[in-house]
Design a protein around this ligand. Structure first.
Ligand code: ADP
Length: 190
């Protein structure tokens, strides 16, 4: 199985690239952000619990992620692996993912970090706010999400670097350029 983590700040293009990678390599795309937004739309128990957290730009507690992850992985058969998008976001989540994969005699294959500077991120997310109207894309919440990313998620970079799993690329460029670059890197690994 090829288990691919795509990693980067909010607005770095993880979601867009993940969809294309999943399709090309027959992987199941697991976006925890999308799972949460669907639950919020459908007003499920989970959705009601996480709505205010997400709308303030904070992270959902780690304990809630494990069940969601197991569920999402179990519901996808016949794939050649997974693309994890927006997960893990903390060291604890990275450890939980390892346990979850180990149970399946599996492991993380590769972690790709998309590097985009804060200025570009704010600009992209404000534009997305106009196009898609996501509630967490206001200037104030965006600034908090960047702060949360730098404090809680960025440390994962050195965690995966130490395991020799991390590859970083510049996330500024056209969608196709970045996609081609990612494919080259994946092809060199599989
Ligand atoms: P973005 O990458 O643009 O921030 P996502 O769609 O990945 O957007 O996530 C949106 C929000 O959902 C996050 O700001 C956070 O509140 C919540 N969330 C998503 N994934 C996780 C996770 N793995 N751990 C905690 N919270 C999460």
């Amino acid at each position: 199985m090829f288990n691919f983590i795509i990693f980067g700040p909010p607005g770095s293009g993880k979601g867009t690239q993940s969809v294309q990678i999943a399709e090309k390599y027959n992987l199941a795309h697991i976006s925890t952000g999308e799972i949460f937004r669907k639950n919020i739309r459908e007003k499920t128990e989970l959705g009601i619990k996480v709505q205010s957290i997400i709308e303030s730009g904070e992270l959902v507690p780690d304990e809630l992620l494990v069940a969601i992850l197991e569920d999402a992985m179990d519901s996808r058969n016949g794939v050649s692996g997974f693309v994890f998008d927006g997960f893990p976001r903390t060291i604890q989540q990275a450890k939980d993912l390892e346990v979850c994969l180990k149970k399946r005699n599996d492991a993380v294959s590769m972690v790709l970090a998309l590097e985009v500077n804060d200025e570009e991120i704010v600009e992209r997310l404000l534009k997305r706010a106009q196009d898609q109207g996501r509630k967490d894309d206001t200037r104030e919440v965006i600034e908090n999400r960047i702060l949360v990313y730098n404090n809680q998620t960025q440390p994962l970079c050195s965690y995966y670097k130490d395991q020799e799993l991390l590859i970083s690329i510049n996330g500024i460029g056209s969608i196709d350029e970045i996609f081609n670059k990612i494919c080259e890197l994946i092809n060199a690994r599989i």
